[in-house]
Write a protein that binds this ligand. Structure first.
Ligand code: C5P
Length: 356
């Protein structure tokens, strides 16, 4: 796509990147608060939240994809028709169904499964780590994204980028030093080891899914919104499986009827719904950023969100900033900045995932 759409005169690329930074910070804080503000027995099901997110994202993507599909301007032997006439609507629906179930739609099953795992792990991580610590540790996504870009897309990284990745790992390590012990937040016992393990695993699925989604998007002509619909469709089964495997204890309301009597939406408070809505926005923005910017710029936007999260964490969650935390976070931010420096040599210019 050479034409970059604009929003109020600003390129969609920058609008989506900035909105993604704000969304990332907001999501971490709201998600963290929604999980730790109630005792575990009164907490909503994370797996159900992931399923609802996919349903909403899929529905929005379906509507946008439908609006973007044109019916033939006129039917043989008939006058030009409105795109909203019954025949045109039927024609557009048929085209959309054909597009969604095109022969290569199965390719989206891989990122779909990975994202469902990631989105569930994110809840585990955010429930067991401080919001700011989670945010910093989640920056290791840049490391995994780079690794999978090198492995799968055979990209070359400049020495500066490798150095930046090393700094990133060191910075995250420093932040973990002060987080080595379990702490208690409001009603929850937080298990830092559990949280950190979940973050590391989520970083792997994020890197692999992101690179794979970009590969599918770039190597075919299908519309981004059609790809999003396919992604959501393939997410439904694994998202349901996650609800079953997470067990009724996660679903909170246990009934003698077993699963049939379990209300998976028990304890879905306003904060839970807010988490879902911000997550939906994040998914749509991520898709736009991958299309109109790239994975590297995405990393930059999320590192900006660290600063926002820090400030709010200190103010709202009484988060104590230690010297090691400030040092580690600074190293992470410097590493992110280094990673985003344009390469000077022509051969490494292809290290940007958008330039194959
Ligand atoms: O952290 P990361 O950038 O990997 O997170 C991607 C998030 O965006 C995931 O929650 C994933 O479900 C969502 N996503 C999406 N649609 C896409 C790509 C990602 O909803 N096309």
């Amino acid at each position: 796509d050479t034409s970059i759409p604009t929003v109020c005169g600003l390129p969609l690329k920058y609008v989506s990147l900035f909105t993604l930074a704000v969304q990332n910070a907001t999501l971490t804080l709201i998600m963290h608060y929604s999980r730790v503000s109630a005792p575990p027995s009164q907490t909503y099901s994370a797996a159900a939240a992931v399923l609802v997110t996919e349903l909403l994202k899929g529905t929005i993507s379906l509507m946008v994809a439908f609006a973007r599909i044109d019916a033939p301007a006129q039917y043989p032997g008939l006058a030009p028709v409105s795109q909203w006439s019954p025949w045109a609507l039927l024609c557009r629906s048929r085209r959309l169904v054909r597009e969604v179930f095109r022969a290569d739609c199965w390719k989206l099953s891989i990122p779909a499964i990975l994202y469902v795992i990631q989105n569930n792990l994110q809840f585990v991580a955010v429930s067991n780590l401080d919001a700011a610590t989670f945010q910093v540790s989640y920056q290791m996504k840049i490391l995994t994204t780079a690794a999978f870009s090198v492995l799968l897309l055979r990209r070359k990284l400049s020495p500066t980028k490798w150095l930046a990745l090393l700094f990133l790992a060191i910075g995250v390590g420093i932040v973990q030093i002060q987080n080595g012990t379990s702490s208690t937040s409001l009603h929850h016992d937080m298990n830092a080891v559990k949280g950190f393990t979940a973050v590391v695993a989520a970083c792997f699925t994020s890197g692999l899914a992101g690179v794979y989604f970009e590969m599918v998007l770039k190597n075919s002509q299908a519309d981004l919104w059609v790809r999003n619909v396919q992604l959501s469709l393939f997410s439904l089964l694994p998202a349901l499986a996650a609800i079953v495997f997470s067990g009724p204890s996660d679903a909170a309301a246990v009934s003698p009827l077993g699963w049939f009597g379990t209300n998976i939406f028990a304890n879905f408070t306003g904060w839970a719904w807010a988490t879902v809505l911000v997550q939906v926005l994040g998914g749509l923005l991520t898709a736009l950023v991958i299309k109109y910017a790239d994975n590297i710029l995405k990393g930059f936007a999320t590192s900006l969100s660290i600063v926002i999260s820090f400030m709010v964490s200190v103010a709202v969650f009484n988060f104590h900033m230690t010297i090691t935390f400030i040092l580690g976070s600074t190293v992470v931010l410097v590493a992110t900045w280094m990673y985003n420096q344009p390469d000077t040599s022509a051969c490494v210019a292809s290290s940007s995932p958008r330039q194959e």
